[in-house]
Design a protein around this ligand. Structure first.
Ligand SMILES: [Zn+2]
Length: 346
């Protein structure tokens, strides 16, 4: 299933909140003095693709107020079908869903040659041609070298937007040819507002904001993922609401086949404990824990930092052991017993 595009909620002007680099970019779009290549960096889901598409809309829009978001050009950019928007993705031909013969996980030199040929054609609409390269770090070295020549002597009216969450994996020569725009985690209030615009409110939205780490894309994906919340409820019920010692073994047994999902289980659990700790420290709203088991709500209100830190330690220990020779049910039993010990105090 295609991820929900955060661009429905976030527009070009919203990126001003990201700081001076974004503000500068928007200003240069307005006065036409932009450079020909940008490297947009930032964690997964933070809005790199959204920003790139908003820039493309700005330059290709045929409406009055650019980008209007409603003209045919803006809509084609949003859908990735505008003839002057060239999308580069690992494993696919330019701007198409047709797979390349080789290099499923890489952007290969053949794809860059295809791109170079296309950027040297004239723009269909006589204006700009925009290249959006997703996960630019997936270019192998020969692809990067092939692109380098074009970045050094770019054709007129072509704008390259390279996106990556790991700029360190690109050749320094590529990085130095681009102006870098680093996107940072968004403030909770912005993430919350975008979720509300998509119809997500209440505790699920609040918890998605908390767990997203400032990534709007991640928050939208989480908020809309029913299976995720169902699983999270199950994890909470079984790992935080343990009735007695005898149930520890049956719970561990129930999860024994789930070693492959072990990291997600531990991630969920860690997120819940961190949420309690943040509420306890007064850095997050108590609403976030309103569906937690009573003992943990009490611990959140009245407990000591140590209780939460002990459980976090146990979770880290479980992560470490999961990769060792210790059997998975034994890892879970230890973790459940540690959680029970803390819970007993409340
Ligand atoms: Zn438009």
């Amino acid at each position: 299933m295609e991820k929900i595009e955060p661009s429905r909620g976030v527009e070009l002007r919203d990126f001003i909140a990201q700081g001076t680099a974004c503000e500068g970019l928007i200003k240069t779009l307005e006065d036409g003095h932009f450079v020909h290549a940008y490297l947009i960096t930032g964690q997964d889901g933070v809005g790199k693709k959204t920003l790139a598409r908003e820039v493309a809309k700005y330059l290709l829009c045929t409406g009055e107020q650019k980008p209007c978001g409603t003209c045919a050009a803006c809509q084609q950019v949003q859908q990735g079908t505008h003839p002057d928007l060239l999308t580069v993705r690992a494993g696919f031909h330019i701007s198409s869903d047709q797979a390349t013969e080789t290099g499923k996980n890489f952007i290969i030199v053949d794809t860059i040659r295809e791109l170079v040929a296309k950027v040297n054609e004239h723009a269909y609409e006589g204006g700009y041609r925009i290249v959006i390269m997703e996960h630019a770090e997936k270019m192998n070295p020969s692809a990067q070298n092939a692109l380098l020549k074009t970045l050094e002597e770019p054709p007129e009216n072509v704008l390259f937007l390279l996106l990556t969450d790991t700029p360190g994996s690109l050749l320094p020569t590529i990085v130095s040819r681009c102006r870098q725009i680093a996107l940072h985690p968004w403030p909770d209030s912005t993430v919350k507002q975008v979720l509300a615009e998509h119809g997500y409110v209440g505790i699920r939205a609040a918890q998605a904001v908390q767990a997203s780490g400032g990534s709007i894309g991640k928050a939208l994906e989480m908020a809309g993922d029913d299976a995720y919340w169902e699983n999270r409820r199950k994890v909470m019920k079984q790992f935080l609401d343990i009735p007695d010692y005898s149930s520890v073994y049956s719970i561990a047994n129930e999860w024994k086949e789930a070693k492959d999902q072990g990291m997600e289980l531990l991630d969920d659990l860690e997120d819940m404990v961190r949420t309690m700790l943040l509420c306890h420290l007064g850095r997050a709203d108590m609403e976030l824990v309103s569906d937690f088991p009573a003992a943990f709500q009490k611990m959140t209100r009245e407990g000591s930092n140590d209780s939460f830190l002990h459980i976090l330690d146990s979770i880290h220990d479980a992560r470490r052991k999961r990769l060792s020779q210790v059997t998975w049910p034994a890892v879970l039993e230890r973790l459940l017993l540690d959680i029970m010990e803390e819970k007993k105090k409340w």
